[in-house]
Design a protein. Structure first.
Length: 266
């Protein structure tokens, strides 16, 4: 019998890409095409960011990598993939949709690599633009483009304004250190109607209910896809969701009980 032991090599976790902000325009389409039948290509937010930095701002791949907090090799690979997708749209008349990906929003830490100071996140108390009467505002716990799995520890929410079953605008907002039950007030002030999250404790659930905010817990996956499923009436969620974090002593890491933890280097 051989003494050679089989070694299980765990895959290296992907590094969450740092981006400046979401694009102003999320979809491009050839004219005189049927919107219902045209084939679409998905360009992720991080792919868009590489194109913006390299082709629009004339950054080198080295500088691009520093700004996005990734390796130069990764930046080059993303760039090549993004260029291929864009060329496919231009040559074959496909629609280009920009969404998704593994990314986090810059908190100012990219300076001085990007050679500009950004105060976008310095005023985290700023209220989101007031919504109209026909708008439903959805807030999703946000981390690296995914639904963050512990409501009370989320550092950011992604807000979606929906009208006539269509997303009309999105916003990213820092929670400014608010946590657990205090987040209900934060969301109420920002006129949120629906919250989508992973795990959530009973105290926060009660606070949301008192604020008149509908809760859909026990959800995981890409935030954009989750909201699309919600709008289509196809979202899978757990109406009896509980977070075991609140049933133990306070000193543990929430990820030990399946609630999730931030893994983007925040």
């Amino acid at each position: 019998m051989s003494d050679i032991k089989e070694v299980c090599i765990m895959p290296k976790p992907k590094r969450c890409r740092r981006v400046c902000s979401e694009p102003r325009y999320a979809q491009f389409m050839p004219i005189n095409h049927n919107k219902e039948t045209i084939e679409s290509i998905i360009l992720t937010i991080d792919e868009y960011e590489v194109i913006r930095l390299v082709d629009y701002e004339n950054k080198s791949h080295v500088d691009c990598a520093k700004i996005m907090d990734i390796s130069r090799t990764t930046a080059t690979e993303i760039y090549q993939t993004a260029r291929k997708k864009i060329s496919d749209c231009l040559v074959n008349g496909k629609a280009l949709v920009i969404k998704g990906g593994e990314y986090r929003f810059c908190d100012g830490s990219a300076y001085p690599h990007c050679h500009k100071k950004c105060n976008k996140y310095t005023n985290s108390k700023e209220i989101v633009i007031r919504k109209g009467g026909n708008i439903m505002r959805i807030a999703v716990t946000f981390d690296c483009g995914e639904v963050f799995q512990h409501f009370g520890h989320t550092e950011q929410f992604k807000f979606y304004d929906v009208e006539d079953n269509k997303i009309v605008s999105t916003h990213i907002l820092d929670t400014n250190g608010n946590g657990h039950g205090a987040l209900a007030g934060f969301l109420q002030v920002n006129q949120v109607d629906v919250v989508i999250c992973g795990g959530i404790g009973s105290g926060a659930q009660n606070a949301l209910a008192q604020a008149g905010i509908q809760l859909y817990g026990g959800v995981s996956g890409n935030v954009d896809e989750v909201v699309d499923a919600f709008i289509a009436g196809e979202l899978g969620y757990n109406p009896d969701i509980k977070c075991s974090h609140h049933e133990h002593d306070e000193g543990h890491a929430c990820g030990e009980h399946g609630c999730g933890s931030h893994n983007c280097g925040h």
